[in-house]
Design a binder for this molecule. Structure first.
Ligand SMILES: NC(=O)c1ccc[n+]([C@@H]2O[C@H](COP(=O)([O-])OP(=O)(O)OC[C@H]3O[C@@H](n4cnc5c(N)ncnc54)[C@H](OP(=O)(O)O)[C@@H]3O)[C@@H](O)[C@H]2O)c1
Length: 302
Protein backbone atom coordinates (compact mmCIF):
# COMPACT_ATOMS: atom_id res chain seq x y z
CA UNK A 1 0.00 0.00 0.00
CA UNK A 2 1.15 3.57 -0.75
CA UNK A 3 2.38 5.74 2.11
CA UNK A 4 -0.19 8.38 3.05
CA UNK A 5 0.69 12.05 3.32
CA UNK A 6 -1.37 15.04 4.46
CA UNK A 7 -0.47 18.40 2.87
CA UNK A 8 -1.81 21.88 3.73
CA UNK A 9 -1.37 25.07 1.65
CA UNK A 10 -1.59 23.08 -1.59
CA UNK A 11 -2.88 26.01 -3.66
CA UNK A 12 0.30 28.12 -3.25
CA UNK A 13 3.23 27.93 -5.70
CA UNK A 14 5.15 25.44 -3.51
CA UNK A 15 2.17 23.15 -2.87
CA UNK A 16 1.15 23.26 -6.54
CA UNK A 17 4.57 21.92 -7.55
CA UNK A 18 4.90 19.55 -4.59
CA UNK A 19 1.63 17.60 -4.81
CA UNK A 20 2.13 16.17 -8.34
CA UNK A 21 5.71 15.20 -7.46
CA UNK A 22 4.54 13.38 -4.31
CA UNK A 23 1.98 11.45 -6.34
CA UNK A 24 4.67 10.56 -8.92
CA UNK A 25 6.85 9.47 -6.01
CA UNK A 26 4.21 6.96 -4.93
CA UNK A 27 2.62 8.89 -2.06
CA UNK A 28 -1.12 8.85 -1.58
CA UNK A 29 -1.85 12.57 -1.04
CA UNK A 30 -4.69 13.99 1.08
CA UNK A 31 -5.10 17.79 1.00
CA UNK A 32 -5.82 19.78 4.17
CA UNK A 33 -7.90 22.72 2.92
CA UNK A 34 -9.73 25.51 4.69
CA UNK A 35 -13.43 24.82 5.16
CA UNK A 36 -16.21 25.36 7.64
CA UNK A 37 -15.68 22.20 9.71
CA UNK A 38 -13.12 19.47 10.13
CA UNK A 39 -14.13 16.48 8.05
CA UNK A 40 -13.10 14.22 5.19
CA UNK A 41 -14.42 14.53 1.63
CA UNK A 42 -16.39 11.61 0.19
CA UNK A 43 -13.36 10.36 -1.79
CA UNK A 44 -11.02 10.85 1.19
CA UNK A 45 -8.70 13.04 -0.94
CA UNK A 46 -9.37 16.13 1.15
CA UNK A 47 -9.86 17.10 4.79
CA UNK A 48 -11.47 20.44 5.65
CA UNK A 49 -10.12 22.41 8.61
CA UNK A 50 -10.43 25.77 10.27
CA UNK A 51 -6.86 26.82 11.21
CA UNK A 52 -8.29 28.89 14.10
CA UNK A 53 -10.09 25.94 15.74
CA UNK A 54 -8.87 22.78 17.49
CA UNK A 55 -8.72 19.70 15.22
CA UNK A 56 -10.09 16.31 16.25
CA UNK A 57 -7.04 13.98 16.53
CA UNK A 58 -8.87 11.16 14.69
CA UNK A 59 -9.20 13.45 11.63
CA UNK A 60 -5.41 13.50 11.18
CA UNK A 61 -4.61 9.99 12.42
CA UNK A 62 -3.07 7.37 10.12
CA UNK A 63 -0.75 9.50 7.97
CA UNK A 64 2.90 8.54 7.45
CA UNK A 65 3.90 12.18 6.93
CA UNK A 66 2.39 15.66 7.21
CA UNK A 67 3.57 18.76 5.30
CA UNK A 68 2.14 22.04 6.56
CA UNK A 69 2.53 25.02 4.19
CA UNK A 70 -0.64 27.02 4.92
CA UNK A 71 -0.53 30.67 5.95
CA UNK A 72 -1.96 34.04 4.98
CA UNK A 73 -0.01 35.60 2.06
CA UNK A 74 2.57 38.12 3.25
CA UNK A 75 2.51 40.56 0.30
CA UNK A 76 0.47 43.76 0.58
CA UNK A 77 0.32 46.57 3.12
CA UNK A 78 0.83 45.32 6.64
CA UNK A 79 -2.12 46.87 8.45
CA UNK A 80 -2.68 45.73 12.04
CA UNK A 81 -5.40 43.33 10.81
CA UNK A 82 -3.18 41.90 8.03
CA UNK A 83 -0.31 41.34 10.48
CA UNK A 84 -2.67 39.54 12.84
CA UNK A 85 -3.82 37.26 10.01
CA UNK A 86 -0.21 36.58 8.92
CA UNK A 87 0.77 35.64 12.46
CA UNK A 88 -2.35 33.80 13.61
CA UNK A 89 -2.82 31.76 10.43
CA UNK A 90 0.67 30.35 11.01
CA UNK A 91 1.06 30.24 14.79
CA UNK A 92 -2.48 29.27 15.81
CA UNK A 93 -2.96 26.98 12.78
CA UNK A 94 0.34 25.17 13.40
CA UNK A 95 -0.36 24.85 17.11
CA UNK A 96 -3.80 23.31 16.45
CA UNK A 97 -2.38 20.89 13.89
CA UNK A 98 0.63 19.92 16.04
CA UNK A 99 -1.64 19.23 19.05
CA UNK A 100 -3.94 17.02 16.98
CA UNK A 101 -0.99 15.09 15.53
CA UNK A 102 0.51 14.63 19.00
CA UNK A 103 -2.78 13.15 20.27
CA UNK A 104 -3.52 11.05 17.17
CA UNK A 105 -3.71 7.30 17.70
CA UNK A 106 -1.51 6.69 14.64
CA UNK A 107 0.99 9.56 14.57
CA UNK A 108 3.01 10.50 11.48
CA UNK A 109 6.70 9.65 11.41
CA UNK A 110 7.55 13.12 10.16
CA UNK A 111 6.02 16.59 10.37
CA UNK A 112 7.46 19.11 7.88
CA UNK A 113 6.33 22.61 8.73
CA UNK A 114 6.78 25.90 6.90
CA UNK A 115 8.99 28.70 8.21
CA UNK A 116 11.05 31.35 6.44
CA UNK A 117 14.47 33.00 6.38
CA UNK A 118 12.59 36.00 7.76
CA UNK A 119 13.51 34.23 11.04
CA UNK A 120 16.95 35.86 10.77
CA UNK A 121 15.74 39.47 10.32
CA UNK A 122 17.93 42.06 8.53
CA UNK A 123 21.56 40.85 8.83
CA UNK A 124 23.66 42.72 6.24
CA UNK A 125 26.76 40.75 5.19
CA UNK A 126 26.58 38.11 7.97
CA UNK A 127 26.55 34.52 6.67
CA UNK A 128 23.57 32.79 8.30
CA UNK A 129 23.42 29.10 9.19
CA UNK A 130 20.72 27.09 10.92
CA UNK A 131 22.56 27.82 14.20
CA UNK A 132 22.42 31.61 13.78
CA UNK A 133 20.41 33.53 16.35
CA UNK A 134 16.99 34.87 15.37
CA UNK A 135 16.67 38.48 14.27
CA UNK A 136 14.27 41.23 15.21
CA UNK A 137 11.14 42.58 13.51
CA UNK A 138 7.66 41.30 12.78
CA UNK A 139 8.67 38.44 10.45
CA UNK A 140 11.47 37.26 12.73
CA UNK A 141 9.10 37.19 15.70
CA UNK A 142 6.38 35.44 13.68
CA UNK A 143 8.79 32.78 12.40
CA UNK A 144 10.05 32.06 15.93
CA UNK A 145 6.51 31.62 17.21
CA UNK A 146 5.60 29.55 14.11
CA UNK A 147 8.48 27.13 14.79
CA UNK A 148 7.72 26.99 18.53
CA UNK A 149 4.08 26.13 17.73
CA UNK A 150 5.23 22.69 16.49
CA UNK A 151 6.38 21.81 20.03
CA UNK A 152 3.49 19.39 20.83
CA UNK A 153 4.58 17.27 17.85
CA UNK A 154 8.24 17.39 18.89
CA UNK A 155 7.30 16.37 22.45
CA UNK A 156 5.27 13.46 21.03
CA UNK A 157 8.50 12.20 19.34
CA UNK A 158 7.37 13.07 15.84
CA UNK A 159 10.41 13.98 13.73
CA UNK A 160 9.78 17.67 12.97
CA UNK A 161 11.53 19.87 10.41
CA UNK A 162 11.10 23.62 9.91
CA UNK A 163 11.47 24.80 6.32
CA UNK A 164 13.34 28.10 6.69
CA UNK A 165 12.49 29.04 3.15
CA UNK A 166 14.17 31.74 1.06
CA UNK A 167 12.70 33.48 -2.00
CA UNK A 168 11.10 30.66 -3.98
CA UNK A 169 11.48 31.22 -7.72
CA UNK A 170 8.47 29.80 -9.48
CA UNK A 171 6.68 30.56 -12.74
CA UNK A 172 3.42 30.52 -10.73
CA UNK A 173 3.45 33.86 -8.89
CA UNK A 174 5.38 34.60 -5.69
CA UNK A 175 8.28 37.09 -5.74
CA UNK A 176 9.29 36.42 -9.36
CA UNK A 177 5.69 36.93 -10.53
CA UNK A 178 5.67 40.36 -8.87
CA UNK A 179 9.00 41.41 -10.40
CA UNK A 180 8.54 40.16 -13.91
CA UNK A 181 6.24 42.82 -15.40
CA UNK A 182 8.48 45.89 -14.87
CA UNK A 183 11.54 43.91 -15.98
CA UNK A 184 9.79 42.71 -19.15
CA UNK A 185 8.85 46.33 -19.90
CA UNK A 186 12.50 47.32 -19.51
CA UNK A 187 11.64 49.28 -16.35
CA UNK A 188 13.40 47.00 -13.87
CA UNK A 189 16.39 47.70 -11.68
CA UNK A 190 17.83 47.29 -8.21
CA UNK A 191 15.80 48.06 -5.09
CA UNK A 192 17.32 50.59 -2.68
CA UNK A 193 21.14 50.52 -2.88
CA UNK A 194 20.95 46.94 -4.21
CA UNK A 195 23.49 45.66 -1.65
CA UNK A 196 20.98 43.60 0.34
CA UNK A 197 21.46 39.81 -0.05
CA UNK A 198 18.69 37.72 -1.58
CA UNK A 199 18.71 34.03 -0.69
CA UNK A 200 16.67 32.32 -3.39
CA UNK A 201 15.73 28.75 -4.29
CA UNK A 202 14.30 27.32 -7.50
CA UNK A 203 10.87 25.75 -6.92
CA UNK A 204 12.17 22.43 -8.31
CA UNK A 205 14.87 22.37 -5.62
CA UNK A 206 12.31 23.42 -2.99
CA UNK A 207 10.26 20.35 -3.93
CA UNK A 208 13.34 18.13 -4.28
CA UNK A 209 14.63 19.20 -0.86
CA UNK A 210 11.24 18.45 0.78
CA UNK A 211 11.42 14.91 -0.68
CA UNK A 212 15.00 14.70 0.67
CA UNK A 213 13.79 15.66 4.16
CA UNK A 214 10.93 13.13 4.03
CA UNK A 215 13.39 10.34 3.16
CA UNK A 216 16.24 11.29 5.47
CA UNK A 217 15.42 10.24 9.03
CA UNK A 218 18.35 12.17 10.46
CA UNK A 219 17.11 15.61 9.38
CA UNK A 220 15.09 17.53 11.93
CA UNK A 221 14.79 21.04 13.35
CA UNK A 222 15.43 24.09 11.16
CA UNK A 223 16.51 23.49 7.56
CA UNK A 224 17.59 26.45 5.41
CA UNK A 225 15.77 26.03 2.10
CA UNK A 226 17.98 28.19 -0.12
CA UNK A 227 20.34 27.65 -3.05
CA UNK A 228 24.07 27.57 -2.22
CA UNK A 229 24.77 30.86 -4.05
CA UNK A 230 22.77 33.85 -2.75
CA UNK A 231 23.13 37.09 -4.73
CA UNK A 232 22.85 40.78 -3.92
CA UNK A 233 19.68 42.54 -5.05
CA UNK A 234 21.68 44.44 -7.71
CA UNK A 235 23.06 41.15 -9.05
CA UNK A 236 19.57 39.64 -9.03
CA UNK A 237 18.22 42.59 -11.05
CA UNK A 238 21.11 42.38 -13.52
CA UNK A 239 20.70 38.62 -13.97
CA UNK A 240 16.92 38.80 -14.41
CA UNK A 241 17.22 41.62 -16.94
CA UNK A 242 19.96 39.71 -18.78
CA UNK A 243 17.84 36.55 -19.06
CA UNK A 244 14.99 38.68 -20.44
CA UNK A 245 17.40 40.63 -22.74
CA UNK A 246 16.28 43.91 -21.20
CA UNK A 247 18.19 46.71 -19.41
CA UNK A 248 18.12 47.00 -15.59
CA UNK A 249 18.63 50.73 -15.27
CA UNK A 250 15.64 51.93 -13.25
CA UNK A 251 16.43 51.62 -9.53
CA UNK A 252 13.59 51.93 -7.03
CA UNK A 253 14.80 54.23 -4.21
CA UNK A 254 14.50 52.87 -0.67
CA UNK A 255 12.37 55.86 0.28
CA UNK A 256 9.82 55.02 -2.43
CA UNK A 257 9.70 51.40 -1.25
CA UNK A 258 9.05 52.53 2.32
CA UNK A 259 6.41 55.04 1.22
CA UNK A 260 4.53 52.58 -0.99
CA UNK A 261 4.92 49.35 1.00
CA UNK A 262 5.67 50.59 4.53
CA UNK A 263 6.90 47.94 6.99
CA UNK A 264 6.43 45.14 4.45
CA UNK A 265 8.78 46.92 2.04
CA UNK A 266 11.41 47.37 4.76
CA UNK A 267 11.31 43.75 5.96
CA UNK A 268 10.82 41.97 2.63
CA UNK A 269 12.35 44.14 -0.08
CA UNK A 270 15.13 46.06 1.65
CA UNK A 271 16.38 43.66 4.32
CA UNK A 272 19.44 41.48 3.75
CA UNK A 273 19.79 37.76 4.43
CA UNK A 274 22.84 35.85 3.23
CA UNK A 275 21.79 32.31 4.11
CA UNK A 276 23.68 29.05 3.51
CA UNK A 277 21.90 25.68 3.15
CA UNK A 278 24.13 23.92 5.71
CA UNK A 279 21.87 20.96 6.52
CA UNK A 280 20.89 20.25 2.92
CA UNK A 281 24.54 20.26 1.85
CA UNK A 282 25.84 18.18 4.75
CA UNK A 283 23.08 15.59 4.20
CA UNK A 284 23.97 15.34 0.49
CA UNK A 285 21.04 17.06 -1.22
CA UNK A 286 22.04 17.37 -4.92
CA UNK A 287 20.95 20.89 -5.91
CA UNK A 288 19.69 21.09 -9.48
CA UNK A 289 19.90 24.90 -9.71
CA UNK A 290 22.96 26.40 -8.02
CA UNK A 291 23.27 29.41 -10.33
CA UNK A 292 20.55 32.07 -10.44
CA UNK A 293 20.94 32.53 -14.22
CA UNK A 294 20.29 28.81 -14.90
CA UNK A 295 17.22 28.81 -12.67
CA UNK A 296 15.78 31.96 -14.27
CA UNK A 297 16.50 30.65 -17.77
CA UNK A 298 14.51 27.48 -17.23
CA UNK A 299 11.70 29.28 -15.36
CA UNK A 300 11.24 32.10 -17.87
CA UNK A 301 11.98 30.37 -21.13
CA UNK A 302 10.13 27.09 -20.58
N1 LIG B 1 6.94 31.34 -1.79
C1 LIG B 1 7.95 31.84 -1.09
O1 LIG B 1 8.83 32.52 -1.64
C2 LIG B 1 8.06 31.56 0.39
C3 LIG B 1 9.18 32.06 1.09
C4 LIG B 1 9.28 31.82 2.45
C5 LIG B 1 8.30 31.09 3.11
N2 LIG B 1 7.23 30.63 2.40
C6 LIG B 1 6.19 29.91 3.15
O2 LIG B 1 5.90 28.67 2.55
C7 LIG B 1 4.50 28.39 2.65
C8 LIG B 1 3.94 28.11 1.27
O3 LIG B 1 4.20 29.23 0.46
P1 LIG B 1 3.57 29.44 -0.99
O4 LIG B 1 4.22 30.67 -1.54
O5 LIG B 1 3.61 28.19 -1.76
O6 LIG B 1 2.04 29.67 -0.70
P2 LIG B 1 1.18 30.97 -0.30
O7 LIG B 1 0.76 31.64 -1.54
O8 LIG B 1 1.92 31.75 0.73
O9 LIG B 1 -0.09 30.28 0.38
C9 LIG B 1 -0.05 29.07 1.06
C10 LIG B 1 -1.44 28.54 1.30
O10 LIG B 1 -1.89 28.98 2.57
C11 LIG B 1 -3.30 28.88 2.62
N3 LIG B 1 -3.80 30.12 3.21
C12 LIG B 1 -3.96 31.35 2.65
N4 LIG B 1 -4.45 32.22 3.53
C13 LIG B 1 -4.61 31.54 4.68
C14 LIG B 1 -5.09 31.88 5.99
N5 LIG B 1 -5.50 33.12 6.26
N6 LIG B 1 -5.10 30.92 6.92
C15 LIG B 1 -4.66 29.66 6.66
N7 LIG B 1 -4.22 29.27 5.45
C16 LIG B 1 -4.19 30.20 4.48
C17 LIG B 1 -3.80 28.67 1.20
O11 LIG B 1 -4.15 27.29 1.06
P3 LIG B 1 -5.66 26.75 1.06
O12 LIG B 1 -6.49 27.79 0.38
O13 LIG B 1 -5.56 25.47 0.35
O14 LIG B 1 -6.04 26.58 2.50
C18 LIG B 1 -2.53 28.96 0.37
O15 LIG B 1 -2.45 28.20 -0.78
C19 LIG B 1 3.85 29.62 3.30
O16 LIG B 1 3.64 29.35 4.65
C20 LIG B 1 4.88 30.71 3.12
O17 LIG B 1 4.86 31.66 4.17
C21 LIG B 1 7.08 30.85 1.06
Amino acid sequence: MNSRILVSGVSGPIGAALVPSLKTGGWSVVRLVRGPATGRSADNAQIAWDPAAPIAPQAVSGFDAVIHLAGEGIFGRWTAAKKRRIRDSRVVGTSNLAQALAQAEEKPKVFVCGSAIGYYGDRGEEVLSEESAPGTGFLAQTCQEWEEATMPAVQADIRTAHLRTGIVLSPKGGALGAMIVPFKLGLGGRTGDGRQWMSWIDVQDMVGAIHHILKNDLIQGPVNMVAPKPVTNAEFAKTLAGVLSRPAVFPTPALAVKLVFGEMGQELLLSSQKVEPGKLISSGYPFRYRELSTSLQHLLKS
